[in-house]
Structures are given as C-alpha cells and as structure tokens.
Design a protein around this ligand. Structure first.
Ligand SMILES: [Fe+2]
Length: 395
C-alpha cells in the first residue's frame, strides 16, 4: 500500500534496541521484493519462529473439469450450501497460474490462525460482517467490502451473522492501479477512490498468552500446519506500507460519460495478469444518440468473469444474485437480442457486480460444472426460449 501507517509502539529508529520491562523485543521486517519493495516492521514479545510442533502438510488438489465445448457459461451460486470455515470453506470455481477464484459460505468458525505464505488475497464480502483479527490489528468488515490481505499476514475471522464471500488468491501482488497514483504514491484526482476510502487496521491488540496456537500456512502448493507456543498476535507495534485493509464497493465512484465508457473505467485493483473491477449503480450515457449498454466485444486476449451482487436484474432474464457469467477468450459477447434497442432512453442502472478479467485462460473445476446452466451460450439466439435467455452482459 502506498501510504505509511503505524499502530502501537515502535522505537525512534529502526534496528535499534527496543525493550519492554528490560527484555529485548523481537524485530521482524516483513517485506516484498527482497529488501526493496514495500515492507512493515513489527515488534514481537516473542520470536515468531517459535514452532513447538510441526503438524501435517496437506497438498491442494484441484478437481478440474475440461468441458467438451468452448462456450460462454452461466453459473448459479446462490444456493450453494454453506460448509467449512473461512479457509476450508473456499470452493474453487476457476483458476490459472495468476489467480484462483473461489466461493465461500462458511458455517464453522476457525479454531486456528491462517497465513497465506505464497499469495495475496482479496476477499469480497457479499454477505456478513465481523472482524478480521490480524497480526497488524483488527480489521472490521461489512458486506460490500473488499478485504485486501497481503501475503504473510497471520489472521483469523471473527464473523457476525451468515457470511458469503467471493475470494481471489494470487501468487502476484494486489495493487491500486498505477494510473490512479502519482509518482509519490498518492491517489490522484480523477481516480474512482481516494485514501480516505481505504481502511487499515483500526486497533492493535497485544495478546500475552502462552499455550498451543495452531497456524496453518499456505505454502508450496498446500497447507502446512504448525503449532506455536505463544499467541501469534504478540505485536506491541508496527509501522510501514504493508498491512491488510478494506475498501467498500459502495465507495467506488463510477465514471460515466456522454457515450459508453469501457470496462477499465471500473477498475478497482490490479493483479498479476488480471484486474478486478466494480460495477456500481450509476447514471448511464447521456448523449441523445448514445446506446447505454455496451457494444459487442471479443475478448481475444482475456477471459471475463462477472459476479452479480445485487440490484435490479429485471431486464436480464435468468440472472440472479450470485450468478456468475464467464465469457472466455476467442469468441465475441454482448447484449442479447433487442436489449440494445430497449436500453435507449435508460438513464441509470442499479446493478452491483464484481468482475475479474484475466489475461490468460481460466480452467474450471467440477464444482463449477455442477453450477453451470449449460444453456447460456444459446441466449444470443433470436429464438432462444425464455428459460434459456440468460442475461445481457453490461460489460
Ligand atoms: Fe464483456
């Protein structure tokens, strides 16, 4: 994150003696790109390396579905049963070497701590609220929030109420798009959000407790479980540029124009060969000759996944809250027949959706197969039956 934060107590300079009641504290530099990227410096009561027990390693197994045909797809996720916790309940839908996209509707609470040791995470909170307890302090969240968790962050969910997330995990970095920032890192005028919309940890709780504390770490394609003999949230202070934060989709300021604005105007985050965009309620194109819904387009070098969050989908038969459309590369897509004409004169949309465009093909899982309606590809046909009509892409 391109701005500096500090919570708790830190010494006047880095790498000098810092004591509590005479005992030297343990300084940890948590950083990216060797020692040249963003970093934070944390001060622990105990060494974070104090592993008292090595438990098992559980490899990640992906059950791939290779469809017989290349086609547009529509997955219904609303009725997916809750299961697992906020980590084990992540059910992979699609992935490539840059990003994994999962649904999560947990029904158990975490009785361990988690750390993604090999990737950044964006957790879009569709339903629910609570606190993400982290080594950097508490991060309160609510529905509509994107929780951005940099690699290396030890955390545990404390949810309130039913929860439903769309989860992105990436071996790359999650960043604020470069074009939104000036050379000093400040988010510029004209960007669709500002630093005030970004919420770092609010409160650092230093927990002084010995015992047995399981920590599950995603690393080397699986989950390694450790047991620490001291609570992992033993940090008395930290400062730096690396920490978890939230951004609410409701704080995204849509950019509209006299004629149609392209999807990059909705970009929220930049990833490694992918982007995450927010489609928010907004006024539509206002030129008298404008066609307010998009032109057909061919994603020749990208795949487009859209998760429908809320809003009025009345004009989009077949779409529902939790619907996901996937428009893969190589073939065109656009509004269904008649809808471009119907859109003329529309002044606003209430839809709320999260989109992920990847620049490399996505693989699908058998879980996705179970949710695929199998008929969406026909929805552009003039004679498509109503039940097959699907939805129009607004992208
Ligand atoms: Fe599109």
């Amino acid at each position: 994150m391109p701005f500096y934060q500090r919570l708790g107590d830190v010494p006047r300079k880095r790498h000098v003696q810092f004591r509590e009641n005479g005992t030297l504290l343990t300084e940890e530099v948590m950083g990216l790109e060797g020692f040249t990227g963003n970093e934070s410096i944390l001060y622990h009561l105990q060494s974070p390396c104090r592993v008292s027990k090595l438990d098992g390693f559980e490899p990640i197994e992906r059950k791939e579905w290779v469809p017989d045909q290349h086609a547009h797809r529509h997955f219904h996720t609303k009725d997916v049963d809750a299961g697992g916790d906020e980590i084990t309940g992540r059910r992979l839908l699609m992935w490539n070497n840059d990003v994994e996209i999962s649904l999560c509707a947990p029904k158990q609470s975490m009785d361990y701590f988690f750390r993604n040791g090999e990737g950044d995470e964006v957790i879009f909170v569709h339903e629910g609220s609570g606190v993400l307890e982290t080594i950097f302090g508490d991060v309160p969240y609510k529905d509509g929030d994107y929780i951005v968790v940099p690699r290396g962050t030890t955390y545990r969910f404390q949810p309130e109420g039913a929860q439903r997330y769309l989860v992105f995990e990436t071996p790359g970095l999650i960043e604020i798009p470069r074009r939104y920032r000036n050379q000093y890192g400040q988010i510029m005028e004209g960007a669709p959000y500002y630093h005030r919309d970004i919420h770092p940890p609010t409160e650092l709780k230093t927990i002084r407790e010995q015992g047995e504390f399981p920590v599950k770490v995603r690393v080397r394609g699986g989950y390694q479980s450790y047991v620490l003999d001291y609570h992992p949230f033993d940090v008395v202070g930290w400062d730096g540029y690396l920490y978890p934060w939230t951004f609410s989709i409701h704080d995204f300021e849509p950019i509209t124009g006299r004629i149609h604005q392209p999807p990059p105007s909705h970009q929220t985050f930049a990833g490694q060969n992918f982007v995450i965009c927010s489609f928010c309620p907004r006024k539509l194109d206002f030129d008298p000759q404008a066609v307010p819904i998009p032109y057909h387009h061919s994603n020749l070098q990208s795949e487009e996944m859209i998760y429908y969050v809320s809003g009025n989908f009345g004009s989009r038969r077949g779409v529902d809250v939790g619907s996901i459309t996937l428009h893969p590369s190589g073939i065109p897509h656009g509004p269904q027949p008649g809808l471009a004409e119907k859109s003329i004169g529309m002044h606003e949309t209430t839809e709320l959706a999260v989109m992920c465009d990847t620049f490399n093909p996505l693989k699908l899982t058998r879980f996705a197969k179970d949710l695929d309606d199998g008929v969406y590809w026909r929805s552009w046909h003039d004679n498509a039956p109503v039940s097959d009509a699907g939805l129009t892409s607004h992208l």
